[in-house]
Design a protein around this ligand. Structure first.
Ligand code: BG6
Length: 471
């Protein structure tokens, strides 16, 4: 719907940008930090690992000064669990605690609100070795205790908390759970068990948050993108609704309502994926839902129906990092209406408005956009110029849709572009860059790690200064 006029962004709207510990910090083995599952991933010969990343660990003051110059109102970062508890539980590492105190104090000094992700992919390897990690029920209490420690240590200054980043991805990517072997279906089954434990752990962390009388808001950072039907054929429309359930809503139903919907229960049963659920688990989730939702949005998808056949019976899944085709349910297809990034992610700003409305209609919670941005091969030209107009246009078009969604009635607390500074991409190393600030390194050539402002930095700076009026 178009409106005759659009109201502006709220004066308290939190304009921001984000990063994640393992992608930005480096210092992977310094000052007592323990190993995480990310540190265990074997070096891919074509891209870099995360050991040095953007060297933020050694450049906190310089980086926060750049955030202040950009005008950020909020900075989203994650805490590396293994800097605080090198073994995931047990002894505290004071140097790790001090590092985040320094970062938070520096942010506060510059009037930048910290938005903390408690755990963003870098699960302690020691917990995998102690009891199998998230697939074991023991994981629940260790996560809760870690969250409690963070609330007590940083809660006097941090008001916005994200519990787990992209849980749906973690449970489907075996290396992020610390799983080995190559039995795809067994890993999916274990993934659903891990997923259940993460939901219980999230509810307990939220309970602890309330029990401690913490101020502020808390919720998961979810990867949630609208899924379009490939055509107006009713079978494709049904496929898109099923895909929304299997990729997005099953998890939100658990977090927000403490329930496995009847349709999703049938889906799990048919595949022998039903997790062990203990008495009281669902009631606990229902009692302690999130008080806000973090949403990571990069692209939308289109799907068509994929009828099961003898060759592809129910249960068949195309082996892919994230679900792409599943017999009897859906198959992801190219959306001819949309352009894509160099990595094939289809650019769909209106999809963000649809996503926000869908979440609002189903769950009615305030939303923080916790990630949105474009990964690109940025080029450093002479005189330190990085002409990233494609990033400006991507962000601008998406922000216009955020404004439209706010006008639709969705409560959006803030917007964190991904990412503040160039970081090592989760899947594509340093060649795929996201930041407003360029880091002068390549995958295997560290150069001088200098920070250089891109064109998008100047654009975002003006936009924040005008509180979004310049869109
Ligand atoms: C999200 C993650 O899935 O996507 C980020 O939360 C990640 O950590 C981002 O960087 C983009 O993915 P990638 O693989 O391009 O870095």
């Amino acid at each position: 719907m178009e409106y005759k006029s659009y109201t502006s962004f709220d004066p308290n709207f939190l304009w921001g940008a984000g990063t994640a510990s393992f992608q930005v910090e480096g210092a992977a083995k310094e000052d007592g930090k323990g190993l995480s599952v990310i540190d265990m991933i074997k070096k891919n010969p074509t891209i870099t690992d995360f050991s040095i990343a953007s060297d933020h660990y050694h450049r906190v003051e310089e980086d926060v000064a750049l955030m202040a110059e950009l005008g950020l109102k909020v900075y989203r970062f994650s805490i590396a669990w293994t800097r605080i508890f090198p073994n995931g539980n047990g002894e505290v590492n004071e140097k790790g605690v001090a590092f985040y105190n320094r970062l938070i104090d520096e942010l506060i000094k510059h009037n930048i609100e910290p938005l903390v992700t408690i755990y963003h992919f870098d699960y302690p390897q020691s917990l995998v070795e102690q009891y199998g990690g998230w697939v074991s029920r023991k994981s629940i209490e260790d996560y809760r205790a870690y969250a409690e420690f963070l609330f007590k240590t940083y809660g006097d200054r941090v008001k916005y908390w994200l519990t787990i980043n992209e849980q749906d991805h973690v449970v489907r990517i075996p290396s992020r759970l610390g799983l080995t072997g190559d039995n795809h279906y067994e890993q999916l089954r274990l993934g659903y068990q891990a997923n259940h434990h993460m939901c219980v752990a999230t509810a307990l962390a939220i309970k602890t948050f309330h029990d401690l009388g913490m101020e502020g808001k808390i919720g998961p950072a979810i990867s949630y993108s609208i899924i379009h039907p490939a055509s107006s054929h009713p079978d494709d429309i049904l496929a898109s609704k099923d895909a929304m359930l299997i990729k997005n809503n099953y998890l939100m139903d658990l977090h927000c309502y403490g329930e496995y919907s009847p349709r999703f229960q049938r889906y799990l049963e048919d595949r022998n994926f039903t997790p062990t659920i203990e008495d009281g688990d669902l009631a606990l989730m229902k009692q302690y839902p999130p008080t806000m939702l973090g949403v990571n949005y990069y692209f939308s998808e289109a799907v068509r129906a994929f009828p099961a056949t003898e060759e592809f019976p129910i249960g068949y899944q195309k082996k892919a990092l994230l679900p792409e085709a599943e017999a009897g349910v859906f198959e992801v297809v190219k959306n001819e209406n949309l352009a894509a990034t160099d990595w094939g992610w289809e650019i769909d700003p209106v999809g963000l408005r649809l996503t926000l409305n869908e979440l609002h209609d189903r769950y009615n919670l305030p939303i923080f956009i916790t990630e949105n941005g474009i990964g690109a091969y940025d080029k450093l030209e002479e005189e330190d110029i990085i002409q990233d107009d494609y990033r400006i246009s991507y962000l601008k078009e998406h922000m216009k849709q955020v404004k439209a969604a706010i006008n639709d009635g969705v409560t959006v607390l803030g917007y964190c572009a991904w990412s503040f500074i160039d970081i090592v991409s989760g899947r594509n190393g340093m060649e795929k860059r996201y930041g407003f600030v360029y880091v002068n390194r390549e995958d295997f050539d560290l150069k001088d790690m200098r920070r250089i402002k891109k064109e998008s930095f100047h654009w975002y700076q003006k936009l924040i200064a005008s509180n979004g009026e310049d869109l």
